[in-house]
Ligand binder design. Structure first.
Ligand code: FE2
Ligand code: FE2
Length: 181
């Protein structure tokens, strides 16, 4: 049976590929601004708008019902890290605008925020995959997983991949291919 935690881990695979791209781009002296903007869009719509929304509005609340605290312990740490991630993305977006208006210094800030996000999310995903999801699998029943998967599917449908412009895994893959990663 497919489990809810496997579904979330599948999203992580795509997010980690995007992080590979981000880390690569921070080594480039004259990066393509379009790609920087694409990355912000993919994070806001997919990593945060879809994946973190699934965790925050569906998965973590069920864990709370099964006894996990949402104010301390692993779920609270995960929520805090999602917020830290949003701050890095805000820093990226603001400095991309400044860079486009001619500030060379802003590119350093774009890269600093990209690298901060990359380190944060790599650690975050490792903690979810290796610790939180294993704890969750110990307390969730088969019907919990089925219920979660149904609700995840509804969320996925709101991001329905009717055309390639909102197929985020495909967008990530095309960046990966562009940079031969
Ligand atoms: Fe998370
Ligand atoms: Fe996650």
């Amino acid at each position: 049976m497919n489990t809810a935690t496997q579904n979330l881990e599948k999203d992580h695979v795509h997010i980690l590929r995007l992080i590979d791209v981000m880390e690569h781009i921070t080594q480039i002296e004259d990066p393509e601004i379009n790609h920087l903007e694409d990355i912000v869009g993919i994070i806001r719509n997919f990593a945060d708008g879809l994946h973190h929304a699934k965790e925050e509005t569906i998965f973590f609340p069920l864990l709370a019902e099964r006894g996990f605290s949402s104010t301390q312990g692993p779920v609270a740490v995960m929520l805090h890290e999602h917020e830290e991630g949003r701050n890095y993305v805000k820093g990226m977006a603001e400095n991309i605008s400044l860079f486009k208006s001619g500030s060379k210094q802003a590119l350093i800030e774009v890269f600093r925020n990209m690298n901060g996000y990359a380190v944060l999310l790599r650690n975050h995903i490792a903690k979810e995959n290796n610790i939180l999801f294993k704890m969750a699998d110990n307390v969730l029943s088969e019907s919990d997983h089925i219920n979660l998967l149904e609700r995840f599917a509804e969320t996925d449908e709101n991001h329905v991949n009717t055309d390639s412009s909102n197929d985020y895994p495909l967008q990530i893959q095309s960046l990966v291919s562009h940079y031969n990663l």
